[in-house]
Design a protein around this ligand. Structure first.
Ligand SMILES: Cc1cc2nc3c(=O)[nH]c(=O)nc-3n(C[C@H](O)[C@H](O)[C@H](O)COP(=O)(O)OP(=O)(O)OC[C@H]3O[C@@H](n4cnc5c(N)ncnc54)[C@H](O)[C@@H]3O)c2cc1C
Length: 522
């Protein structure tokens, strides 16, 4: 099966164009969204990241496709509606293969008062109203309903049953994996002709030029462009000094499924003393459970990889332990990760400027600098498509570029198909879940490149690591993975459990060698 875009995502700047219509800086969800939006309007695009696809905040999310309920509760109706509309587009058009309906329960324990129960139920019904007004099918996301204690315990057997009077069930979207969505959008942009380069750091930008450094060779590289979009998330202020951010850190724990056996739904565990805040317990498709999340101001220099703190870990363990029969201990935590929300620093009503980061707007913003750089920042993973559309609109308006209308609302990304078509695919379920209709391409190209048998290509690389060699090889041949870190920390997420990582390193090294790339560690 020939695939002309196999090598379009490449590390370094060797052979990169020096003159394009639009340069986009940053290959998180926002940047890849901009690259896809711009290239499908007919613009020539160079899209770069200093490190790798999904290196920043985009891989540290809760992996939810939000319907905006939380924003509704805060009175941010516009943000809530935008989220619900974009959730529907992502789940029904753009990426049905990478999104799933996620059942979520609120256990009605003795600590939840009848008034709280009614308020929460009303909120869930309002959330369902948002779904309907966004035009999302009930088949995609069923209606919320009340559960008896028996029903609740069947879905979530490890819950603490004493004092339970049933639960509330609702549905939201869940991503297969956030970095996988980023990678697939990048590959889609490349399939339309975008040049996607990792290990390419922008040292300086104006509205019509960027200075880059190839992080592999150290060589510098100048590119002229009609428009430049800064999609560098929490780092946006480092390239454009008119942009001011106030990042907030969100931490998640990673548990093994065996810690809370039989848990088939996500659980909202109420935070003691708060009527509206919860810790989420989120079962994942790969045998792990995430528990999150915190919201802590993270002022000061922005680290490449943020670290969770012990007090955050302790807080999450305490809240979850109160909702479940089992007292969770520090040893149950097999991984923990933190991400920084790129929140815009908007003036607060408080004369001391003391707004907490939980109050800062989750709305996105598009700002054009004095030299014409368009910065797109804020928002969330769920709304990346609208953010990209707004940014490219601003870039086109500001530069006078001749571009077609935005096409992404109706544009499936690579591997997408209807849920019925996906269910009928005969390839291994894991590959279908992660690549949709491209499952065959993944297997076929791994066969061709390695000459190995399907048995070897599809075996889990270690007993606790369901990732296969076929995926790792595809990561190198089609997804621009340049080293072991790219493969284990972004193309797959083995690195989220540090004890599993060394078990998968030999397979990652083998994939790099089989695909003819020098074996490197990041
Ligand atoms: C803990 C947490 C949980 C979240 N959960 C959810 C969720 O469940 N659902 C949801 O919808 N949203 C969620 N969000 C929000 C969402 O994750 C972010 O809004 C989104 O990922 C931001 O993406 P981005 O592309 O703007 O930034 P990033 O992903 O940070 O991308 C910026 C990129 O720019 C690159 N870069 C920086 N400087 C340069 C330079 N000079 N040259 C070249 N490249 C550069 C970086 O390497 C990076 O890859 C969550 C956020 C956090 C923090």
């Amino acid at each position: 099966m020939s695939d002309p875009v196999a090598t379009r995502i490449t590390p370094g700047l060797d052979g990169a164009p020096t003159d394009v219509d639009l340069v986009v800086i940053g290959l998180g969800i926002t940047g890849v969204g901009v690259a896809l939006d711009a290239v499908t309007r007919g613009l020539s695009v160079l899209a770069v990241d200093a490190h790798d696809l999904a290196f920043g905040t985009s891989r540290w999310s809760s992996k939810m496709v939000h319907g905006g309920l939380r924003y509704l509760a805060q009175g941010q109706v516009g943000v809530a509606r935008e989220s619900a509309v974009e959730r529907g587009i992502l789940m029904e058009v753009t990426a049905p293969h990478l999104t799933h309906a996620m059942p979520m329960v609120v256990p009605l324990s003795s600590s939840v008062s009848r008034v709280q129960e009614r308020l929460t139920h009303a909120g869930l019904l309002a959330g369902d109203g948002l779904r309907r007004s966004a035009g999302t099918e009930e088949e995609t996301l069923p209606r919320p309903r009340r559960l008896t204690t028996t029903e609740l315990m069947a879905m979530a057997p490890p819950l603490r049953s004493a004092g339970l009077r049933g639960g509330l069930l609702s549905w939201d979207g869940r991503l297969e994996d956030d970095a996988r969505l980023v990678t697939t959008i990048a590959r889609t942009a490349a399939s339309y002709g975008a040049h996607v380069r990792t290990r390419a750091r922008v040292l300086g930008a104006t509205g019509t030029s960027v200075e880059l450094r190839d992080e592999l060779s150290g060589a510098t590289h100048s590119v002229t462009a009609r428009a430049v979009v800064n999609a560098t998330g929490v780092w946006a202020g480092e390239l454009v000094d008119e942009v001011s951010l106030r990042p907030s850190r969100g931490t998640h724990l990673v548990l093994r499924q065996e810690t809370l056996p039989g848990l088939a739904v996500s659980v909202f565990a109420p935070i003691p003393g708060s009527t509206s805040r919860f810790v989420l317990v989120l079962p994942q498709p790969d045998g792990t459970i995430y528990v999150g999340l915190t919201d802590e101001a993270a002022d000061g220099p922005v680290p490449d990889v943020p670290e969770p703190t012990e007090p955050e870990i302790g807080f999450l363990l305490d809240v979850v332990s109160a909702a479940f029969e089992r007292q969770l201990r520090r040893e149950d935590v097999v991984g923990a990760y933190a991400g920084l929300r790129p929140l815009l620093d908007t003036p607060s009503d408080d004369p001391d400027g003391a707004a907490t980061t939980a109050d800062l707007s989750r709305r996105h913003a598009v700002l054009t600098s004095r030299t014409g750089v368009v910065t797109v920042v804020g928002g969330k993973l769920t709304t990346y498509r609208q953010m990209a559309q707004d940014a490219v609109d601003a870039a086109v308006d500001g530069s006078g570029l001749a571009a077609g209308p935005c096409r992404t609302r109706d544009l499936p990304i690579l591997g997408a198909a209807t849920r019925t078509a996906l269910a009928a695919l005969e390839q291994p379920a894991r590959l279908v879940r992660r690549y949709g209709t491209d499952a065959e391409l993944v297997l076929e190209s791994a066969r061709r490149v390695t000459g190995l048998s399907d048995e070897e290509l599809l075996a889990p690389v270690a007993p606790t690591v369901p990732v296969t060699l076929a995926e790792l090889v595809f990561g190198v041949t089609h997804e621009g993975a340049a080293d072991v870190d790219d493969l284990l920390d972004r193309r797959t997420r083995v690195g989220l459990v540090p004890a599993d990582r060394p078990l998968a390193v030999p397979a990652a090294e083998r994939a790099l060698a089989l695909a003819g790339r020098a074996v490197r560690h990041g």
